[in-house]
Design a protein around this ligand. Sequence first.
Ligand code: GUN
Ligand code: FE
Length: 422
Amino acid sequence: MESFSIFSNFIYCESSEELICKKNSYLIVLDGVVEGIYQELPEKYKNLKLYDYKDKLVIPGLSDLHVHAPQYQFRGLWMDMELLPWLEEHTFPEESKYKSLEYASKAYDIFVEDLKYSATTRVSAFATIHKDSALYLMNALEKAGLAGFVGKVNSDRNAPDILREETAESINATLDFIEKSKELKNIKPIITPRFIPTCSDTLLQELGKISKDYNLPVQSHLSENPSEIEWVKQLVPKSKSYADAYRMFGLWGEEKTIMAHCVYSYETELELMKNKNIYVAHCPDSNSNLTSGIARITALMDSGVNVGLASDVAGGEELSILSAMKNAIKVSKLNKRLSHSEDRSLSFAEAFYLATYSGGSFFGNVGSFIKGYDADIVVLDDSSIKTTLKDELSLQERLEQYVYLKPSDRVFAKFVKGNKVF
Ligand code: GUN
Ligand code: FE
């Protein structure tokens, strides 16, 4: 665990209300954990290694609460479709290739390399149904210095033969996946039923038990698309809502649970969403690309629901959570103007809060520079943004311009839990 100080300009949240900006200050990290930010370098820390990032912008690492690693190869392709035909025609055939560890290793190496240099430090990722490929992904992420969760996907119905498991086989492979990932330190397993349509009642029930027995978090999809929601009603007729179907099978907030999308949740399942262990992964790019709709994110936030941001690659075309911030703001404005005038639009400060503090809390004390938080640190260089206003801009304004213009897919430097990734 590393100890060091950083001299730079710091921007972070301690709540959803406002950004905290500290110019020309010193961030102290002791044993991988934030100790504090000081105007002057305290005497007792003068012997620490000093990273000088003068004139840069330093923010907490961003969290991507929902990304499909095996879909990265077709990012930016095949968007002229809605969810269910998109899965059938493109996603399932590509994911079936991960049966081959050789193919998976090539593809996952490309994914991990790009993620490594992004502003993201924490992920909750879907792999595919293939256990050995999923373990390869976990090892590759760990080796790259990143942290978070990977799920071996479970799927035993309504998927093509090449991507469908027998129920018992799916359960056993999950147990083996959990066992074999034990030696990893920063990448942990997460229970990952793909979504209700591709998982039988028995499988869902068993996965609920495994999550409970092993104290493992859960991730899945919820209320993304109208046709999907109709289908779930037919598949689980006893459920009061899509969320209720997960609840019936013990997959609803017994452990920390990420539900991706929740585009239609405010109207139909708000009360269940208030369970404090439920995190909404808001995926504005994916929801636009797949014509899914606009999640009422500010309404959910104002009702006390946990929300974070997510790329949902390849529903979303890029890994960047900076882009997710920008697009979350944009779609919130369209929602207000076109659909729900009673909803607030999302402010820049709130989008930053979602990407850091709020999403980060899924992973523990992550996403801020509050004392005691894991030192997930991202250094941004905005010097390539040419503007006559530079000297007049506040740190928050410089960050806003960086987020909207994203001058590079690579950040300047990055630390995860105090370890320098590059
Ligand atoms: N629902 C079930 N599987 C998927 C997937 O791979 N992507 C998205 N966006 N939604 C899903
Ligand atoms: Fe998804």
